[in-house]
Design a protein around this ligand. Structure first.
Ligand SMILES: [Zn+2]
Length: 258
């Protein structure tokens, strides 16, 4: 790209950013508070690293999508997230359903299960979903010493890299148990949730859908597990219903850093 073009692209981005700032909405307030939470959890340094890479990505995307109307970006957003997979039986059913509906989700995978389902993990990435780390053996990180905790995370990162060609940036600690400052050792951002569907416990499609409907709001991160038929049914029905309510279903990284 020529220098002049780059300059125009930068100007266009600045104008777009200014326009978006001026139509500041409630949803932005929600995300700003989300940032404060992320900052507390992850520490400013780590968050800045992620922000930087996302800003770079957004700059290049803005150049491509300059023609889009601002209104298109004002949908409320939510993220469907799945832990404990990949599962040879249920993950493909979710992927089929998401492809049909053209929506993206996030999958926090266990290292030991990735080893047995490499093609499936490739498919998750190829279809535009986020591949995250959920440790190798589903361990509670705050009960392990630093070396073991790091091992659980890095071994999983390595198997994800061998399988997809990319290192994951995000991880969901099993049981939501994170060790303070661990992100500085492993350079990963921990991702929690705002809606716990308890899908593994209730295994009841209607109850899972009900829990989401009661708690859904702009910026929600919905926790499910791709190990049950009831979860697959519920996730696809939730996706349809949220779409009807005007929601855009995005990968979780898009909600953590606006
Ligand atoms: Zn788990």
């Amino acid at each position: 790209m020529k220098k002049g073009k780059i300059f125009s692209a930068v100007i266009a981005t600045v104008i777009l950013a200014a326009a978006m700032w001026s139509i500041k909405s409630d949803s932005e307030a929600v995300r700003t508070s989300g940032r404060a939470v992320a900052e507390t959890i992850a520490g400013q340094g780590m968050l800045r690293l992620v922000e930087q890479s996302i800003q770079e990505k957004q700059l290049s995307e803005t150049v491509v999508t300059e023609g889009c109307s601002l209104e298109e970006q004002q949908h409320p957003q939510a993220a469907l997230t799945f832990d404990d997979g990949p599962d040879a039986r249920y993950t493909p059913l979710l992927l089929d359903g998401f492809k049909e509906r053209n929506i993206k989700a996030s999958f926090f995978l266990l290292g030991e299960k990735i080893e047995k389902n490499k093609e499936l993990v490739k498919r998750i990435q190829e279809e535009g979903h986020l591949v995250g780390n959920h440790t190798y053996h589903h361990v509670q990180l705050d009960k392990l010493n630093e070396t073991k905790a790091r091992e659980e995370i890095l071994k999983t990162n390595n198997v994800i890299f061998e399988t997809t060609g990319n290192y994951p940036q995000y991880m969901r600690p099993p049981f939501g148990a994170w060790k303070k400052n661990l992100e500085l050792c492993v350079e990963m951002l921990p991702v929690f949730w705002t809606i716990d569907t308890l899908d593994w416990k209730v295994q009841n499609t209607e109850k899972i859908i009900g829990t989401v409907q009661e708690q859904i709001k702009d910026g929600s991160i919905i926790l499910m597990h791709d190990e049950y038929a009831t979860t697959v049914d519920a996730a696809l029905r939730v996706a349809d219903s949220l779409k009807e309510q005007g929601y855009e279903l995005v990968t979780v990284d898009q909600l953590i850093v606006p």
